[in-house]
Design a protein. Sequence first.
Length: 343
Amino acid sequence: MQSWQSWIPLIPESASTFSWKVDALYFYLSGVTLFFSLLISATLIFFVIRYRRRTPYEIPRPIAGSHKLETLWTVIPFLIAMTMFGWGARLYFEQYKPPANAVEIYVVGKQWMWKLQHATGQREINELHVPVGRKIKLIMTSEDVIHDFFVPAFRTKADVVPGRYTTIWFEATKPGKYHLLCAEYCGMNHSGMTGSVYVMEPREFDNWLSGNAGNASPAAAGRELFQTLGCASCHGANGEGGRGPTLAGLLGRQTPLEGGQSIKADEAYIRESILNPQAKIVAGFPPIMPTFQGQVTEDQLVQLVAFIKSLSGGGATAPAGAAPASSPLPSSRASGSPTENVH
């Protein structure tokens, strides 16, 4: 892949385990397009010359259709199109299905900056520090309009949408500094919504983490917010409080709902239950939870989600040697929980 980049202009550097696969598909699509463009152009020129009218009164010989030829030029393009579809679909699902052992980093986009927070608490703006050779999972949302998180060198690109979470992952292969862009027009300063991704050797990255450990982790900050909002009055560690289901072991569990339906509890479900608790009522619990729409910010939502995930053993994976993200679920206290319908 590096040899291609040495003589093909405008090709970004390849710096992830996924980038060469995207490049291979890109060159396959380009090659097929170029081949058929030349073939059709050459055939067109040949037919113009070979079957031109030679005299003013020439009457061309009737030509009957060929079922074999028509079948051939239908089946071959169909098979080629299916290889493109199958190859592209495989790469799509590979990139948008993060591995279970990936290190989680939370991303919030807003006009016109990227706010990022590591599982161990370090915050960054328009910069992202990651270690080489470790799988990184980005959990992203937007505070205002649609953005798009794009790192050309990683061939990593995903929309960041307000009101929902999107995830994507990558594994960097080369230390260095790489461009971070917003690839979705998001307002007047869209072109200025840029940043950098710093890929570091693991030991250097661990030193960077230890030197920037002043902030609480998202899960720890979420635990404090959980207490401040009085969530434990309805969501104790073992369901004490009685008005809301327990949150321990929630993430990834099939949750029964009123009406006989069920849903798999993920980040999006937890977020919706905080902002729109009447949307999905857990079976066996009354719909008494108030909405917290407009009362918690996107950053605080990320913290609450991270804390609830940590109760399930599915919290953000931290680098080796990092401090625990949070302590166990606090006991019951003041009323007014933002997660009474989460199950």
